[in-house]
Structures are given as C-alpha cells and as structure tokens.
Design a protein around this ligand. Structure first.
Ligand code: ADP
Length: 161
C-alpha cells in the first residue's frame, strides 16, 4: 500500500486544498492530511478546530485520514509509513519555497519523494491568509471554501470583534 502525507496549516481548509487532496487521493492508496499543531499566534483556528473542519470536508473520501502533528514533517511522514509528501503549487513564489523545503527534507529523509501538484486555475490566487482577510472585511467567500468552513469562519471572526 502506497501512503502519502499532505501537510499544512489548513487555517482554514479552502477549496484549493480540497482540490489537491482529492487529486492526491486518486494517486495513492491512502492520503493522510497532517495539520501542524503549532502555537503560532497568526493561526486563527485551534488545532482541534482545524482537524474538525478538514475531517468534515473529506468525510466522503474513503482513503483520506486526518490527524495533527507537532514534530518535524519528515518524521511525521516516516511515522505514518509514507513514501510521498504532497504539496500544492500555485505560483512561482510557491515553487521557490517548496524547492527550498524539498532540498532540506531530502537531506533529512532521502527515501521520501516530494510530489507537487499544480493548482486548478480557479484556485490560483486562493490562500487561507487572503481568505481570512477578505472574510474579516465582510467579503463574499462562498465559492472559496466548503459551506461549513464559511459558517465557522464567520462565527470565529465575529467572536473576535
Ligand atoms: P503551509 O503553511 O504549509 O503553506 P497551507 O495550509 O497554507 O500550509 O498549505 C498547505 C499546502 O497546500 C501547501 O503546499 C500550499 O502550497 C497548498 N495550497 C494552499 N492553497 C492552495 C491552493 N489554492 N491551490 C493549491 N494548493 C494550495
């Protein structure tokens, strides 16, 4: 069985993340979405909330599992028995960052293959950080995230005001 991990902050999950997850799940027997459990002040949703939002998003995809992790990404991948690490690419700036991380991850765990999937055109300019900014200013995020994520985001932002 070929297992892949798809790590990220997912703060919160967007339709761009979902597109990558669906496509990766078709390439591998099992895809494990790993959510960074970091005490980063810029993170809006708690780790438990992010895990819950991702789980609800992929509930109908049988070969996707969701969990959080707090160690090095390559160590998480090794613990999960993964052969591949999936990342999504949107633009040149993503490429530069991913290329740098790949070289480091290769040094740390040479047996792990890094697989980058290109985003769909409609998700090219969609990021969780921009989404939060738009939502915070009352913009319409309807086609950018699953319905339950839009509801959670609205609730979270209004509780912070
Ligand atoms: P990180 O902090 O690791 O970048 P993110 O949650 O922002 O965590 O992203 C996780 C992965 O998903 C990254 O590889 C990122 O490039 C990818 N990603 C994020 N948004 C999109 C999108 N709209 N289309 C394709 N890939 C995306």
């Amino acid at each position: 069985m070929t297992i892949a991990v798809y790590p990220g902050s997912f703060d919160p999950i967007t339709n761009g993340h979902l597109d990558i997850a669906i496509r990766a799940a078709q390439l591998f027997d099992k895809l494990i979405i790993g959510i960074y459990d970091t005490p980063d002040k810029r993170i809006l949703f708690s780790t438990e909330e992010r895990v819950d939002l991702v789980k609800r998003t992929v509930v109908r995809i049988a070969n996707i599992e969701v969990t959080s992790f707090s160690n090095l990404t390559v160590d998480f991948a090794r613990d999960m028995g993964a052969k591949a690490l999936v990342r999504g690419l949107r633009m040149v700036t993503d490429f530069e960052r991913e290329f740098e991380m790949t070289q480091m991850n290769r040094k740390l765990y040479p047996d792990l293959e890094i697989v980058c999937l290109m985003t769909g055109l409609q998700y090219q300019f969609l990021s969780s950080s921009l989404l939060k900014e738009v939502a915070g200013l009352g913009g319409d995020i309807k086609n950018m995230v699953p319905e339950h994520v839009a509801v959670a985001l609205k609730k979270k932002l209004s509780s912070r005001q």
